[in-house]
Design a protein around this ligand. Structure first.
Ligand SMILES: Nc1nc2c(ncn2[C@@H]2O[C@H](COP(=O)(O)OP(=O)(O)OP(=O)(O)O)[C@@H](O)[C@H]2O)c(=O)[nH]1
Length: 818
């Protein structure tokens, strides 16, 4: 209202001043305004005055014209009368005439209203005959010539004073004064009307502005009302949704939701509550909590057992606070108790007062079980339920501390099952698991209660023997374990035998801390494995060092490929008679950044054991094929390239496809690739080997058996394989000159190979004498230092270029002369 009044005040002041509020009007404007306001009355005044003045003028002129005509008529009558009166009389003299005239005129003086003057025009000069004594100069005059006898007179008639006046009549006079007066009055009226109009306009403006303001107010209230209506519609909708949502939450909740009044009488019991407590809602509504779910003595017990329990929570709810969920034991209808999480919070009515309580409970039995399982798994192995590596660490630390204090030794046995992988591979993982469980149980029978048997991973176990009287006790346990596993296990109706390899480390002599002890026991276990398995070994620092060197080498070997530390050396194979190059063998070398060229026998076994041989072998195959192709393209050499294959490579099911793709990638024809496989490799699984070799052979490759003679296999047996060549191991060639037995064996191999139509290559030929014997025995090809050491690719390329330039095809020394 105050704002409205202020608005009106501002509006009024703006309409009064004729300028918007806050604006300074120039001082001339009021004057101009006043003049503007006065202009209409002035115009009206002038118009009326002018109009009535014109009327007065016309009336006056009319009156004058009328007076003149009356006067002229009267004057003419007077003159006519005079003529008639004078005409009747004989006048001899002017003086007589004058007298007569005077007399005539005087006789009717009283009745007359005009004066006369008669002038004689008969003489030389006009002569005044008669002049009325009452004659007064006048603006009106009637003149007529009067001829009487011989006399010519000019009669001038003038009105007597007071007669035929030209003064306006009363009405004209009224008009004369009435004009300005009426003009003034009308102007005043106009001014009055103007002022009234302005005031009315102001009033109308004020009312209009007030109406507009009210209109605005109305619009505002209208939109506020509409917003309010929309809000309340929305609130209604959301309330409906909330109610549906609440119902859905109550029905769908996995938590038991129970609401009570302030006296603890149940009002609501949701489906989850029915499930959890075993009561139906209709059995409980109106009954009192909490005794339904927890008997009094149980509540008291809870209070004392769990500290601030149920009642503390209710007290908190009564105080208006939602209590933190508490874990407590609750009871089902059938009396069964279960661990639960319960929270109680107050329910407030619209006035803010507490109108009841809401309890939310969940059965945390499974959660508790899961927690205890997690706790268990943090310390125990899930499969065998033996302590795990983590828990072993704790126990070991405790035992060590105890032994240190007591000055007693301690033994750590590291056990790994021998060839456990085969159990998994042949009978499946599940059988492997069952075996691990059975083995664990047997281990437990071999130790005292204070000992710890832990499973540290896979098929590895650690047995901790604290407070040893002496090292014999460790031996005793190790032997007991070996003996315990000697009896077969019955796993899924299969009788299985498994043995362990055991490494033993002693505290304090083999290590002062847990990590070292475990590492050394592990190293000793490797030694037991190396010694043929199913055995135990005490830690031996020398052996451990070697093992550690080997591990270091293995790690370096893993990086060698990507660091491009491998190189190929090539050794030519020569015709024993002509000395021509009939083939090249690719030999792998490791260019170690610190140790220089590492001999293959130092790293190939490691590569094979670790599986690294597969990617390395693949690299060898590609590099050798690429080099052979390069020599062919350069026109330097067109002989087969021999590449050694490891067992792991050979075992790859898609080996032929891999070789085919390498040949395609490098461009080398299959006929220019020879695969060398050791005798023991192909004899491992003869059927599979035969199949793989046939598939390789089908590509067009040549197959050679390497190191022949070392694998104790019979040549007759080898015939079953699709092979092209035999390579006699250098150990047989080495002494053929001096050892007749070796010579006989070599000769026999060559002869038998010939009978089977196989080519024979003698390896490791270093002397002319050896070569000469080989020639005698018709061994077709040889390879060895005698002709060339294995050479780097560039060196052999240079050699081949030299031979080509010299036009020689033989690399061999000149044949010996006998
Ligand atoms: N069934 C089963 N096998 C497992 C489990 N953990 C690891 N293994 C297998 O156990 C085998 C352990 O093999 P290794 O110890 O390396 O080799 P091995 O065959 O025992 O041979 P050696 O130890 O050299 O005698 C691997 O094949 C793993 O896959 C397990 O929990 N259950």
């Amino acid at each position: 209202m105050a704002a409205h009044r202020e608005h009106l005040r501002q509006h009024e002041s703006s309409t009064h001043d004729g300028a918007p509020p806050g604006m300074n009007r120039p001082p001339l404007l009021p004057l101009a305004g006043t003049l503007l306001r006065l202009s209409l009355p002035l115009i009206v005044f002038a118009a009326i005055w002018g109009g009535l003045g014109k009327l007065e003028q016309q009336a006056r002129e009319g009156e004058e014209r009328q007076n003149i005509s009356v006067f002229q008529r009267t004057a003419a009558q007077q003159v006519e009368r005079l003529r008639s009166e004078l005409g009747a009389t004989r006048i001899e003299r002017v003086a007589d005439l004058r007298k007569l005239v005077a007399r005539v005129l005087d006789s009717r003086r009283d009745a007359r209203d005009v004066s006369l003057e008669i002038i004689d025009l008969g003489g030389d000069h006009p002569r005044l005959i008669y002049q009325d004594p009452d004659l007064r100069p006048s603006t009106m005059m009637y003149v007529e010539q009067l001829v009487i006898g011989q006399q010519r007179w000019l009669v001038e008639v003038s009105p007597l004073p007071g007669h035929y006046l030209l003064n306006p009549s009363q009405s004209v006079e009224t008009l004369r004064w009435g004009g300005p007066l009426i003009g003034l009055l009308v102007a005043l009226l106009v001014a009055l009307l103007q002022s009234r109009g302005r005031s009315v306009r102001r009033q109308v403006l004020r009312q209009t502005s007030a109406l507009e303001h009210m209109n605005h107010q109305l619009e505002r209230s209208n939109s506020a009302l509409q917003a309010e209506i929309a809000r309340s519609t929305e609130a209604e909708r959301s309330l409906r949704n909330t109610t549906t949502l609440q119902r859905a939450i109550l029905d769908g909740s996995e938590y038991a939701i129970v609401s009570t009044d302030t006296n603890g009488l149940i009002e609501l019991f949701n489906p989850a509550a029915e499930r959890i407590f075993g009561w139906r809602a209709d059995e409980l509504v109106g009954r009192a909590t909490p005794l339904l779910f927890c008997p009094e003595d149980e509540l008291a017990r809870l209070e004392s057992r769990d500290g601030p329990g149920f009642f503390a929570m209710i007290d908190e709810a009564r105080a208006g606070h939602a209590a933190e969920p508490r874990e407590m034991t609750l009871r089902r209808k059938d009396g069964h108790e279960f661990p639960a999480s319960l929270s109680v919070s107050p329910l407030h009515g619209p006035d803010g007062a507490i109108r009841g309580y809401l309890g939310i409970a969940s059965d945390i039995g499974r959660q508790k079980a899961a927690e205890s399982r997690i706790r268990f798994l943090a310390h125990y192995d899930a499969l065998t339920e033996l302590p795990n590596r983590n828990y072993l660490g704790q126990r070991l630390a405790e035992a060590q501390e105890q032994c240190r204090r007591r000055g007693e030794p301690l033994a750590l046995l590291f056990l790994d099952l021998d060839r456990f992988k085969y159990v998994n591979d042949s009978l499946g993982h599940h059988a492997g698991d069952l075996l691990l469980q059975a083995v664990s149980r047997r281990f437990m029978t071999c130790v005292r209660a204070e000992d710890t048997v832990a499973r540290t991973g896979g098929d590895e176990f650690v047995i901790l023997l604290p407070s040893l009287p002496d090292r014999n006790r460790a031996i005793e346990v190790a032997e007991r374990i070996l003996a315990a596993l000697r009896d077969p296990f019955d796993i899924r109706s299969q009788r299985l035998t498994i043995s362990p390899s055991i490494g033993i480390a002693l505290y304090p002599e083999d290590g002062d801390d847990a990590e070292t002890l475990i590492k050394h026991a592990d190293a000793a276990m490797y030694q037991a494995k190396a010694a043929g398995r199913n055995a135990y070994r005490f830690y031996d620092s020398q052996y451990a060092r070697e093992l550690s060197d080997r591990l270091i080498l293995e790690n370096e070997l893993r990086l060698a490929l990507e660091r491009k530390q491998f190189v190929l050396h090539y050794q030519p194979q020569l015709d024993v008679y002509s000395g021509e190059i009939t083939g090249i063998e690719a030999l792998l070398r490791w260019q170690h950044p610190q140790h220089g060229l590492v001999p293959p026998d130092r790293f190939i076994p490691i590569a094979e054991d670790s599986g690294l041989i597969v990617p390395i072998g693949d690299w060898v195959l590609r590099a050798a094929c690429a080099q052979a192709h390069a020599w062919r393209v350069a026109g330097l050499l067109d002989a087969p390239m021999a590449v050694n294959l490891s067992a792991r490579q050979f075992d790859q099911p898609d080996l032929p496809e891999q070789i085919a793709s390498v040949l395609e990638a490098t461009g080398l024809p299959a006929t220019r690739l020879e695969l060398e496989l050791t005798e023991s490799l192909v004899m491992r699984e003869p059927e599979r080997s035969s199949d793989t070799l046939s598939r390789c052979k089908a590509l067009g490759l040549t197959i050679a058996i390497d190191d022949f003679g070392t694998g104790y296999s019979s040549l007759a047996y080898l015939r079953r394989f699709p092979i092209d060549r035999l390579k006699i191991d250098r150990s047989f060639i080495k002494d053929i000159v001096d050892e007749p037995d070796d010579a006989a064996i070599a000769q026999a191999i060559i002869a038998m190979a010939h009978s089977l139509r196989l080519n024979v290559v003698a390896e490791g030929v270093e002397s002319d004498a050896q070569l000469s014997l080989l020639r005698q025995w018709h061994c077709g090809i040889y390879q060895g230092f005698l002709s060339s050491r294995p050479l780097p690719g560039e060196a052999l390329t240079a050699l081949l270029r030299g031979m080509k330039a010299a036009g020689v095809a033989e690399l061999a020394p000149p044949p010996l002369q006998h």
